[in-house]
Ligand binder design. Structure first.
Ligand SMILES: NC(=O)c1ccc[n+]([C@@H]2O[C@H](COP(=O)([O-])OP(=O)(O)OC[C@H]3O[C@@H](n4cnc5c(N)ncnc54)[C@H](OP(=O)(O)O)[C@@H]3O)[C@@H](O)[C@H]2O)c1
Length: 368
């Protein structure tokens, strides 16, 4: 069997920043089709149909993410496609099957021999253990927006915040990939959602997608305006029960003021302060966000770190429950991943720049 050649994006070395990596160290290269006869017994050759364009892909290319994929590697943490060939011992999938690659077990976010095979490529070799059957309810574009986003939402809202029906949660970065999943999941759990953002258009879309209330937190100077009183007005003067914070910086401090006594602050990420860590793969975070302990103490707040992947590496019981719950929920159509616009693989730089600038609700995908 002879398979057609394609293309792949390669990160040749880490940049100082994600945009530096994009401008100087990342490019599209021809990709010969892997020869099926050379697959290891446990390997699967995937013809990639869609790959999510992730914030983490950007951070990783500058070595500012906590997990390093040694260059040269192909970015693309979450991808899906058709099985083109399987190794001699693979019995779980067959050529022609629609498969979702589990980004914790293959690609740049994994460790070991499949780390360099990301989804920004025509072809990817993955271990059979990473080949998840694609739920019949999902398109390829939706599938690549499923696990990273909803696993993060499940970890933050259920495994950490223990969000209950009737509670009110303030969700920052609600228009982003993980924030959108959090809005859906929080609603599904019976919570009242106050979604925040900087764009009136995206906030209107969030309301149409189910957020109960929306708040524009941008001030005219480009910073963050005070919103505590508006949150209090929406919560009978009490403040929110929980905050999902995917934005970081000044919004976090104002969030402490907007929480009720005994509320929970879920630290998800810091999209507003991406340069907390050094570039080019150096370790250390000299510009890390800092929190005022007086507010945490006087309000009896719980500050919860919510690293979805790292937590599962410490507690192996977390992921099986989470994966089963999410897969069941999408089969029932209780959760529907949002897929943004699609770009051709050759336009990967444009897609990554759009992600960096938060141009699209929930992000975008590549079609190799
Ligand atoms: N805890 C975990 O396990 C986990 C998992 C995945 C990602 N993360 C982290 O979570 C954060 C969000 O990830 P994501 O994939 O959802 O990113 P994303 O899709 O880029 O969304 C981030 C959202 O934050 C808002 N934002 C961006 N820059 C901002 C700024 N300067 N000021 C205020 N708001 C800003 C934008 O919303 P508006 O344009 O509407 O304001 C944007 O839609 C990142 O830091 C990421 O590393 C954590």
């Amino acid at each position: 069997m002879s398979l057609p050649a394609g293309h792949r994006v390669v990160v040749r070395e880490y940049g100082e920043t994600p945009l530096d990596a994009l401008d100087r160290h990342m490019g599209l290269e021809p990709q010969p089709a892997p020869e099926p006869a050379t697959l290891a017994p446990d390997e699967v050759l995937l013809r990639v149909r869609a790959c999510a364009v992730g914030w983490v892909d950007l951070l990783m290319a500058s070595g500012q993410y906590q997990h390093m994929a040694p260059p040269p590697y192909t970015p693309g943490l979450e991808f899906a496609g058709e099985v083109a060939a399987v190794g001699a011992q693979v019995t779980t999938v067959r050529p022609g099957d629609r498969v979702l690659a589990d980004g914790m077990r293959t690609g740049p976010r994994s460790k070991g021999r499949h780390q360099r095979w990301g989804g920004f490529a025509t072809w990817a070799i993955i271990p059979a253990a990473a080949a998840l059957p694609l739920p019949s309810t999902l398109s390829y574009d939706q599938a690549v927006n499923l696990l990273g986003n909803f696993e993060t939402a499940y970890h933050g809202l259920i495994q950490r915040a223990r969000l209950r029906p009737g509670e009110t949660i303030l969700i920052h970065g609600a228009s982003g990939s993980t924030g959108l999943a959090a809005v859906q999941l929080a609603r599904h759990l019976g919570a009242t959602v106050i979604a925040t953002g900087r764009s009136p258009e995206k906030l209107a879309a969030l309301q149409a997608l189910g957020a109960h209330h929306v708040l524009n937190t941008a001030d005219p100077e480009g910073g963050v305006r005070r919103f505590r009183d508006e949150v209090k007005a929406l919560t009978d003067g009490q403040g929110a029960d929980a905050v999902w914070d995917g934005v970081g910086g000044p919004i976090t401090v104002e969030s402490l003021r907007a929480l009720r006594f005994g509320g929970r602050l879920c630290i998800i990420g810091w999209a507003a302060t991406p340069f907390v860590a050094r570039g080019k793969g150096q370790r250390g975070a000299p510009n890390a966000n800092q929190l005022p302990t007086n507010l945490i103490q006087m309000k009896g707040l719980d500050v919860l770190g919510c690293p979805a992947i790292i937590a599962t590496l410490h507690d192996h019981s977390l992921r099986p429950t989470r994966l089963r719950w999410i897969m069941d929920a999408v089969q029932r159509r209780d959760l529907v991943p949002h897929a943004g616009p699609a770009y051709a693989l050759a336009d990967f730089a444009e897609a990554l720049r759009a992600k960096w600038r938060s141009e699209h609700l929930g992000g975008c995908v590549l079609h190799p």
